[in-house]
Design a protein around this ligand. Structure first.
Ligand SMILES: CC(C)(COP(=O)(O)OP(=O)(O)OC[C@H]1O[C@@H](n2cnc3c(N)ncnc32)[C@H](O)[C@@H]1OP(=O)(O)O)[C@@H](O)C(=O)NCCC(=O)NCCS
Length: 222
C-alpha cells in the first residue's frame, strides 16, 4: 500500500517535471503544441526549417516504458526530413514509442491509438535505382508519398505503415502488420502485407472521452 502510494507520487512528480521542462523545449524548437498535451519521457524530435510538427489538444506522447503497459523499444522519434514536410497529430490521440518520419506529409486524425513501437514513414529514405545508391541523396529519386491515418484508428504494436497509405476511420491494424496499401474505414487489417479480415460494426454517433469525439459512419450493430 505504502509502496503504491510512493509509486503514484513518483509518477506524478515525473509527469510534472516533463510538463515543465520538455514541453517548453519542444515549443522552442518549433513544435506546435495545443492545450493539455501530456508528455511522458523525452521524445527525440528534429524539425527541418520550413517544415512543421503539430500536436493536437489532449494528446499523450509516451516515451517512458513505466507509463505504458507493453513498454517501448525507444523514445518517440518524430522527424521532418525536408522543407515543406509536415507531421500533424489530431486531438486526443495517444502514441507509445515508435517513429514518425515525414519527408512529405503524415497526418494522424483525432482519437487514434498508435501502439507501442509503430513506425510511420512516408519515404523509402534511399533510392530504388542501384546506381550510386549509397551516396545518392537526390530527393527527386527517392520515393515519398503522404500517409493519412483517419480519426479513431487503432494501430497495434510493431506495425510498419509505408508511404502512400491511407487508413480509414475507425479501422484496426493487427500487431506486427506491414501496411502497404490503403485500408478502408471500419475494417480490421492484419499481416504482411496487411489484408482486411473483418469489418467493424458499432453504434452510430456515439460520443466518448474528454474531447467528445463523435464516432460517425460506423456500420450499425445488428
Ligand atoms: C487486430 C486484432 C485487434 C484483431 O483481433 P480480433 O478481432 O479478435 O481478430 P481475430 O483473433 O478474430 O483474428 C481474425 C483473423 O486475423 C488473424 N490475425 C489476428 N491478428 C493478427 C496479427 N496481428 N497478425 C496476423 N494475423 C492476425 C487471425 O489469425 C484470424 O485469422 P483466421 O480467421 O484465418 O483464423 C488483434 O488480433 C491484435 O493484433 N491485437 C493486438 C493489438 C495490439 O497490438 N495492442 C497493443 C497496443 S500498444
Amino acid at each position: 500500500m505504502k509502496d503504491q502510494l510512493i509509486q503514484r507520487l513518483l509518477f506524478r512528480l515525473k509527469q510534472t517535471w516533463w510538463n515543465l521542462t520538455v514541453i517548453p523545449s519542444l515549443c522552442s524548437s518549433g513544435v506546435e503544441i495545443s492545450e493539455k498535451v501530456r508528455i511522458q519521457g523525452k521524445p527525440i524530435v528534429s524539425l527541418v526549417k520550413g517544415s512543421r510538427i503539430q500536436i493536437g489538444a489532449r494528446c499523450v506522447l509516451c516515451s517512458d516504458s513505466q507509463f505504458t503497459a507493453l513498454g517501448i523499444n525507444h523514445p518517440i522519434v518524430m522527424r521532418t526530413l525536408r522543407k515543406g514536410a509536415e507531421i500533424v497529430i489530431g486531438e486526443d490521440t495517444g502514441i507509445s514509442g515508435g517513429s514518425i518520419c515525414a519527408a512529405n506529409s503524415i497526418r494522424i486524425g483525432a482519437g487514434c491509438l498508435i501502439g507501442a513501437n509503430v513506425t510511420l514513414a512516408d519515404t523509402d529514405f534511399h533510392a530504388i535505382n542501384p546506381v550510386n545508391r549509397r551516396y545518392n541523396n537526390n530527393l527527386n529519386e527517392i520515393a515519398m508519398d503522404p500517409i493519412v491515418i483517419e480519426d479513431n484508428v487503432f494501430i497495434g504494436s510493431n506495425v510498419f505503415v509505408l508511404k502512400g497509405v491511407t487508413i480509414g476511420k475507425n479501422s484496426v491494424i493487427g500487431a506486427g502488420s506491414v501496411v502497404t496499401h490503403d485500408v478502408p474505414e471500419n475494417s480490421v487489417a492484419v499481416g504482411n502485407p496487411a489484408r482486411v479480415v473483418k469489418r467493424i460494426r458499432g453504434t452510430l454517433k456515439r460520443s466518448v472521452g474528454p474531447g467528445e469525439l463523435s464516432i460517425s459512419g460506423l456500420i450499425p450493430a445488428r
